[in-house]
Design a protein around this ligand. Sequence first.
Ligand code: ATP
Ligand code: MG
Length: 174
Amino acid sequence: MPRKGLIIVHTGSGKGKTTAALGTAFRALGYGWKILMVQFIKGAWHCGELDSATRFGDQLQIIPMGEGFTWNTQNPERDRRKAHEAWEFGAKEALTGKYKMVIFDEINYVIHYNYLEVERVLDFLKAKPPMLHVFLTGRNAHEKIIEIADLVTEMRAIKHPFKKGIKAQKGIEF
Ligand code: ATP
Ligand code: MG
């Protein structure tokens, strides 16, 4: 099997999981590929990549899961529903064959906290178009996701400015 669409996992507690996926997307955009990124967690800040994406027209779509679901949740039931909606949307889009690359950002975290059943994701990965590349990012990747993946990288934090009290900065963190 000389080539195949890869299942790529970025996990671990160090910085770079989301940005490495975006970096690969940036590379692939150069070949005219169509790429979809579904963000499962909405952070506190508006991320610059949302605006960068518009510069690539319909080649790069970044879909934030919408209001509500954040790192410190108030309403787990609603977050669960939102996670499922995001998953149904992303999986359905990915199966249309429109995209050559799909990034499920922070999905590992969402699976880890039981907002989304790992079986749903595994079923999708087994049925995905053969040449579609799929990224799954986020801390605490499920062992079954690691098992099915072709490429797994663990980001390990050696230093992070946060530990020195340096706040998140524009262009670096968001
Ligand atoms: P990035 O989006 O910068 O690639 P990430 O996807 O690897 O980061 P997440 O787990 O999504 O990291 O974390 C989101 C935020 O937490 C980012 O702003 C990131 O800088 C920050 N962060 C990542 N690693 C650490 C760490 N070891 N200590 C503190 N904050 C961290
Ligand atoms: Mg991330």
